[in-house]
Write a protein that binds this ligand. Structure first.
Ligand SMILES: [Ca+2]
Ligand SMILES: [Ca+2]
Length: 266
């Protein structure tokens, strides 16, 4: 009898493990753009990325928020204030022996702030502190997850016990592929007007620590009825720093002065 109970418990843990591995918590592993400096030209590409569902970003624009498992999180830091171009493009590719279809309508939001990272416990929508915070802030039954595409939001880990333990994301900006025909009628969404599987946008950012959340911009309804909640969709994302012409000019002037002083010495 003891063995039966022990084996059943083992199976339960295994089953829970499968569930948790299928719904990964917020993580930046292999999705870190590093420390960028907008005063010089840099471009970092992270290709062959995947996200679950085609509606994760759009679902976070409506009143009942969105499930953060249906977005992919990236991080970077900026040494100085400056312009950063974000380019997200749907991409089909083969992962192992699995064909990944392209994310047809990509979108992104940028926030100041980072989630908890290993060795700390990772943040997720179903943690006790996330649940308490969302119930308190939005009302029990009024939220699908913690993700908000157009506003600040918070989320916590299983180690969190008070709201002070939550990770905070301060909304900075967003970009979405297409028009209201795909991302819906929610106010405050600025699409690029051309549903071509790509969104490119340049944002002026202050120095600091940033999270970038990418997901699908296909809106269905408050319950995501008809959306593909489990499919895996591919994309690539490129961050490019864009130095101001004045700093390029100063750099050019510096080089000219250096050349002139060398010539004088010769
Ligand atoms: Ca929603
Ligand atoms: Ca587009």
């Amino acid at each position: 009898m003891k063995n039966i109970i022990k084996n059943s418990f083992g199976l339960l843990l295994c089953w829970l493990g499968l569930i948790s591995s299928g719904q990964s918590h917020i993580s930046y592993v292999a999705r870190d753009f590093g420390a960028l400096d907008p005063s010089i030209s840099q471009a970092v590409v992270l290709s062959s990325q995947t996200v679950t569902s085609d509606f994760g970003w759009a679902s976070g624009t409506d009143p009942n928020l969105g499930d953060s498992h249906k977005l992919r999180a990236f991080k970077f830091s900026l040494a100085n204030d400056g312009d950063v171009q974000i380019r997200v493009e749907g991409l089909s590719f083969v992962k192992g022996s699995v064909s990944i279809q392209a994310l047809l309508r990509p979108a992104f939001s940028i926030y100041q702030g980072w989630a908890h990272e290993s060795p700390a416990a990772l943040d997720h929508d179903a943690s006790a502190i996330s649940t308490l915070y969302n119930d308190t802030t939005y009302g029990a039954g009024n939220w699908q997850g913690s993700f908000r595409a157009l506003h600040d939001w918070k989320i916590g880990s299983d180690d969190g016990s008070t709201f002070a333990d939550l990770s905070s994301f301060a909304y900075v900006g967003h970009g979405a592929d297409g028009t209201a025909l795909n991302y819906g009628a929610e106010s405050g969404i600025f699409g690029d007007g051309n549903a071509d599987g790509m969104v490119v946008q340049t944002l002026r950012l202050s120095s600091g620590f940033y999270s970038l959340f990418i997901g699908g911009a296909q809106y269905y309804d408050l319950l995501n009825t008809g959306g593909d909640a489990t499919g895996s969709y591919g994309f690539s994302v490129t961050l490019t720093t864009i130095p101001e012409p004045s700093s390029l000019g100063l750099w050019g002037a510096g080089v000219a002065l250096l050349l002139m002083s060398r010539r004088k010495k010769i």
